[in-house]
Ligand binder design. Sequence first.
Ligand code: PEP
Ligand code: MG
Length: 920
Amino acid sequence: MPARRSATRKKTTAKAKKWVYLFVDGKAEGDAKMRALLGGKGAGIAEMTNVGMPVPPGFTITTAACNAYFASGKKLPPGLWDQVEKALGRVETSTGKKLGDTQNPLLVSVRSGAAMSMPGMMDTVLNLGLNDETRAALEKLTKNPRFAWDAYRRFISLFGRIVLGIRGASTTDPEQKGPFEHALEKKKAATGAKTDADLKPDALRKLVDEYKAIVRQETKKDFPTDVNEQLRLAIEAVFDSWFGKRAVDYRNAFKIDHTLGTAVNVQSMVFGNMGDDSGTGVAFTRDPNTGAKELYGEYLVNAQGEDVVAGVRTPSKIAQMKQEMPKVYAQFEKIAQRLEKHYRDVQDMEFTIERAKLYMLQTRSAKRTARAAVKIAIDMNREKLINKDEALQRVDPMHVEQLLLPRFDEAEVEKARKAGRFLAKGLNASPGAATGRAVFDADRAVELKGSKQLVVLVRPETSPDDFHGMIAATGILTARGGSTSHAAVVARGLGLPCVAGVSALDIDLHKREMRVGDKVVREGDAISIDGTTGEVFLGELPTIQPNFREEKELIELLTWADQRRTLGVWVNADTPEECRLARELGAEGVGLARTEHMFRQADRLPIVQDMIMADTVEGRKKALAKLLPFQQGDFFEMYKAMDGLSVVIRLIDPPLHEFLREYADVDVDIAVMRATGKNGAELERKEKIERRLQQLHEDNPMLGLRGCRLLLVYPEILEMQIRAILGAAIDASEQGIKAKPEIMMPLVGVMGELDRLQEQVLAVAAAVFKERGKKVPYKFGTMIEIPRACLIADEIATKAEFFSFGTNDLTQTILGISRDDAQKSFLTKYVEQKIIPADPFQVLDRDGVGAMMRIAIERGRKTRPGLKIGICGEHGGDPSSIAFCHEAGLTYVSPSTYRVPVARLAAAQAAIAGAGEKDR
Ligand code: PEP
Ligand code: MG
């Protein structure tokens, strides 16, 4: 039926896709839920309009339009422009102004806005709609020639750089200016103006002519005076900025999908630079550093928004607005409260005051420090704004780790001060302490990080182009900018300490040095910055661990997490001290004690080496007998620390050559001794070591003689370790300590191994119990680190009373990727180029390793229902992997000590998300 088909087609063409969403006259077509389509900014503006905030009218072009634009080879999709014109008409009616009108011109901003916040990464054009005629009208309307000329020159340079692609100032070399900056500097010098604001109308007028000439010279065309053409080009340029280098780098770093696209917001301009009754600012409904419930932020009188964010002028605190513009402040305070109540979260708001009238430009959930996140979550629950589940979801688990990060030792800080090492004080822009070598540009920071050095990135101010250097640094220091400057916002997001706006710093980027008075810091010199106090010191400062017990709010939040989670949180710990700390942090057992770590301690290593060098079983046994009391003592102390909780002890795992590392160059020593005629016992000893090293040499040691294979080849090692484990348990029980040892075998792949190992353990246990005349309970289990072990998990469970996934090795063996070498050779590239979504040694590979784990869990529990299964690879401390462990039904995760609180929160979040899934 062809007629029908064509009728359908007609219908689809007639109903063109909706690309444009209006927000005008207190009503918006979109709302907060439409983030994916309208971007964060667009959805926020729509919601604010609907809530009745004073929002300048405009419209949002969707992210779908951006994707359609790229899909068609950078062409605006059909119907888009018609919809833009229609929407513009509505905005014109609402404002009573008209784009390009020579009497009452409308000016608009054109801004990007993706679904995920990407601060400063994409482009914005302001004051669009200006040409010679509209500028003149603006002057007439405002009776402010300076403002009109200033807006015009700003527009030409912004449009020139962003839309027409004319080079801007270099962010790495201040001497290398773009043509617009060059002309501006020259004009200031020629007229004696200190700042941009000192330029007189006449100078600005001349500057406009010069800017136009620059456009003509650089693009071989005149600056576009047709306002519709300006708008179309700007929309396209904002789309294009989605694939700009900065934006792509940022998305790679934060693992944001490149296919999301950006929305474009076209909004009528309001002017904060219309005199002293105007201004612009950024404010938070609560302090994003401490979480304190008070308006926090800053503003600038007689300025445009970019002046605040760029950090070129240092703004005033928002509290000052109370004195300077009391009425506006009161209105703003009310709006801030309303927004926070409406969104039930701390808001980060941008506002402009045009001739004493307040406009809200943007609101979004505020980025916050770890400390603030925890305090705000707790406070908002107390204020009955959010329930406990929401409070738990408001804190990023990795934030919890940050709270437990080291800080400077007060006593050392005092010493440094007395020694004259205090350098300067700035704004405490992002908390935490960092020590490292000063570097003055982002590329150098990356280079030094590559050679494993800690660096502090020092810049006059940062821009999105510095991003790669910021992620390579341990801390950021800037001479300019406030607490909402780029450096501060990005550092807080990255969890890096940042001291900003240290005006005493005199940075010379050419010489790669900075001065404060007569003190000079050159590239490579050590400095220390304290993002909590804003202080900067010369040299390195030792750090101390924070005191978990003092983190009252965090402790409360984690108690809520414990009530919510079903997954256990144990810990990987090798020493009694670690056990004690982990228990304080909430660990419910030791999921992995790596016994070989105890072998590496200084008083034991020589004995271990003797054991390895021994030629006979007797020789090895003699050395092992010396090790036994050490190991038994260690286990006793660990049981004592964990009294009543399980301690999973894994028998020796690494290849033996790892204990002989200090002899790596023994062949050279031998050659030298021989050449210099040094014979005798020492030469013989070294020759013997060399022979042993050659015997132990394997091309693939991680797939070689290690794990349970070692125990089967050298059963005397197993005997010593079982004697120590059970002997210590008996010692403990004699002192009233409840020891719960669990013996764990590494790297098991076939049943023959487990059969033999179990027989031997049983035999040694029987002997120990007989000798001591006492029995203690213990468990026998295995790590699951080999794919084959996953597949035969049903058989393994006939012998093993528990499993623990060693996902470091399991990832290595399933992916066939070396856990030791791959990062430096190709893995980082794989992640950067998105060949794989994330480093599988950090974030569990659900499709491969995860699928194998599910097989093992299912088969293991078929044989032994309720089988206790844990994970003790690095993934046990990674929030997204923890979520998988929850879904897969693991009994517990076992992370390293400082990740224990992280895991408690992540496990609760997984439980909440799982409950949500079920509800749906
Ligand atoms: C593992 O392989 O995941 C594990 C915990 O053991 P190790 O890292 O000691 O090999
Ligand atoms: Mg392992």
